[in-house]
Design a protein around this ligand. Structure first.
Ligand SMILES: Cc1cc2nc3c(=O)[nH]c(=O)nc-3n(C[C@H](O)[C@H](O)[C@H](O)COP(=O)(O)OP(=O)(O)OC[C@H]3O[C@@H](n4cnc5c(N)ncnc54)[C@H](O)[C@@H]3O)c2cc1C
Length: 543
């Protein structure tokens, strides 16, 4: 593949498909199209590929930090990504000794181990009976998990193939599992388990999405992540997340695709209701067959495609599009491991920090009410635990991220002694204050943590968006995962598939069904829709 950077003058190109954006969804789409024999040009605004799947060593020499995403159970569980056989292009998955840990204020831990029986034993040690409930859940997953994943990752409503899958999911136990996924996470964990360890393991994973724990559908992410975590782990690419994107780029390269870095798309040309070309600052690339946009829905509709080319009802519906909350991420280089109190014997790569189910609910409520949480829920990654090649001997590359409101109306910690108030402009002072709050939270669980910090980087909403335009205002999932914007409501009512009102134009990003996370399904659905429509238009060329 030609990998070009820089701008070119008066250059006009013709290709079968243009993919706008080289995030995981764009790269999966491009790979599937080249597999079908199409010529493909991928345009990427940044000087590097990968979107929110990237890593760098700029925090401190010898410490590789994942710049954005880190743990890839959804990729490991995704039939499409598995089908790319990226290990042939250099991807190597590695796993932490334990999958996820939940740290409680009194030094107790909930631990999702690699082996389900170890997880069950740990849950039973916390509260007798929870281990049995866990094993029963795992057995249901054994029966329907693969089919359920395939169903979730295919276009909605499932027209071809998907209908058959849906029938399989309704096998014994599957129907009940689907119902449980539609429950509020809080009701589900209170129904399934009696102890904090099991409850918080599921609820903490549910909090990866932005659905309140009391809202229907919030259990889905919790169950999906813990059950995937139990079956495929929370793998990370050896050497850093860039190795994952790099493998997808290399695969594309071998098959003749072209990636143009530092070349943002500025518009999609539409003729007679069909997308026919993509404009950049210096050229126009004709797309004979399709344009696939790995950009957010608000950036595509009324942005790359002018409203004049789109139905009025779409404009009306897009006014109701809802972003997911914003994010602040802190990366640290440490000269030793995190000195967690009561640390489990088997170290988890991912750690969740929340005091209790109630506190997790309260934090979510604060974000929903526009308040910066006073005791933020932390998702923590111990990357040296998961992959020792990323750190100098004995060191640690740690990160934590937490969600804050898109529009800050106040700070829940305002007036608390010794705590700096955050105003929501996310200037240096706000970022510094948020980083201190996050550090204080870890220090309370791991006394001596601060003494081990040798370098720090804070990425707020503005920095995240500057490094990847799809992370608008610090949103990480291409729009809320709330039920009202899922399935046939993603990104707006009446969608649910990659097709757009413009013929030959497909929405391939996390703004499309099934949403955020690195599973490649949005890109795969877009590529398959493009291939299908092309076959319908040119039936005489079918083999
Ligand atoms: C801090 C953070 C932590 C996360 N943690 C995890 C995790 O651990 N596991 C997980 O599964 N998911 C995680 N996610 C979510 C996951 O990374 C995203 O859902 C996923 O990357 C979405 O993929 P995408 O291809 O749709 O978009 P992106 O990855 O955002 O890629 C979009 C690409 O399009 C480019 N682009 C945009 N507009 C244009 C244009 N006009 N022209 C050219 N290029 C353009 C961007 O520069 C970018 O490269 C995390 C995200 C963040 C930010």
């Amino acid at each position: 593949m030609r990998q070009r950077t820089g701008k070119r003058e008066d250059d006009v190109t013709t290709t079968d498909a243009v993919v706008i954006g080289s995030g995981p969804n764009g790269l999966v789409a491009a790979n599937l199209l080249v597999d079908a024999g199409w010529s493909v040009v991928v345009l990427e605004e940044q000087e590097r590929p990968g979107g929110a799947v990237w890593s760098d060593d700029t925090v401190a020499p010898g410490h590789v930090h994942d710049t954005f995403s880190s743990f890839y159970p959804l990729a490991a569980g995704s039939p499409t990504i598995r089908g790319l056989h990226l290990e042939q292009d250099g991807l190597e998955w590695v796993q932490a000794p334990a999958v996820v840990g939940h740290s409680f204020p009194d030094g107790r831990w909930g631990v999702l181990h690699r082996d389900r029986h170890d997880t069950a034993a740990a849950m039973d040690a916390d509260t007798h009976g929870d281990g049995e409930a866990w094993l029963a859940l795992c057995e249901t997953w054994d029966r329907v998990g693969d089919d359920l994943i395939r169903c979730l990752l295919t276009p909605f409503p499932p027209v071809r193939g998907g209908a058959g899958l849906a029938r399989q999911v309704l096998r014994p136990g599957g129907f009940e599992l689907v119902r449980e996924m539609l429950m509020p996470a809080r009701s589900l964990v209170e129904k399934l388990f009696r102890g904090d360890a099991a409850r918080l393991l599921v609820a903490g994973n549910a909090a990866h999405a932005d659905i309140g724990l009391e809202a229907p559908g919030s259990a889905a992410m919790g169950l999906l992540l813990v059950l995937l975590g139990q079956s495929v782990g929370f793998p990370v690419p050896r050497g850093g997340a860039a190795g994952f994107s790099g493998a997808m780029v290399r695969r594309l390269q071998h098959k003749g695709g072209e990636l143009c870095l530092g070349e943002p798309a500025v518009g999609v040309r539409v003729h007679d209701g069909r997308a026919i070309a993509v404009r950049t600052a210096s050229r126009e690339i004709s797309a004979r067959r399709a344009v696939l946009a790995d950009v957010s829905a608000p950036a595509l509709y009324g942005g790359l495609v002018a409203w004049d080319e789109l139905p009025a009802r779409l404009r009306h519906r897009m006014q109701r599009f809802e972003w997911d909350p914003s994010t602040v991420k802190v990366d640290w280089a440490l000269d030793g491991p995190v000195p967690w109190e009561g640390a489990p014997d088997v170290a988890p790569g991912t750690v969740h920090v929340a005091d209790s189910l109630d506190q997790l609910s309260l934090t979510g409520g604060q974000v929903a009410a526009g308040l910066v949480p006073d005791r933020p829920f932390l998702l923590v990654g111990q990357m040296g635990v998961a992959d020792p090649t990323r750190v100098p001997p004995g060191g640690e590359a740690l990160w934590a991220y937490t969600h804050v409101p898109q529009r800050v109306r106040g700070d829940a910690a305002a007036g608390s002694a010794g705590v700096r108030t955050i105003h929501g402009s996310w200037d240096d002072a706000d970022l510094e204050a948020m980083a201190e709050r996050v550090e204080a939270r870890i220090e309370s669980r791991a006394p001596g943590f601060r003494d081990r910090i040798t370098a720090r980087r804070v990425l707020g909403p503005k920095q995240l968006e500057a490094m990847d335009r799809n992370l608008s205002g610090g949103a990480i999932n291409g729009g809320t995962a709330g039920l009202h914007q899922q399935l046939v409501f993603r990104p707006v009512a009446g969608s649910g598939r990659a097709e757009t009102p413009v013929s030959s134009l497909y929405l391939a990003s996390a703004s499309a069904h099934p949403g955020g996370g690195v599973h490649g399904a949005c890109g795969a659905n877009a590529a398959r829709a493009a291939l299908w429509h092309h076959r319908l238009r040119t039936p005489w060329r079918r083999p």
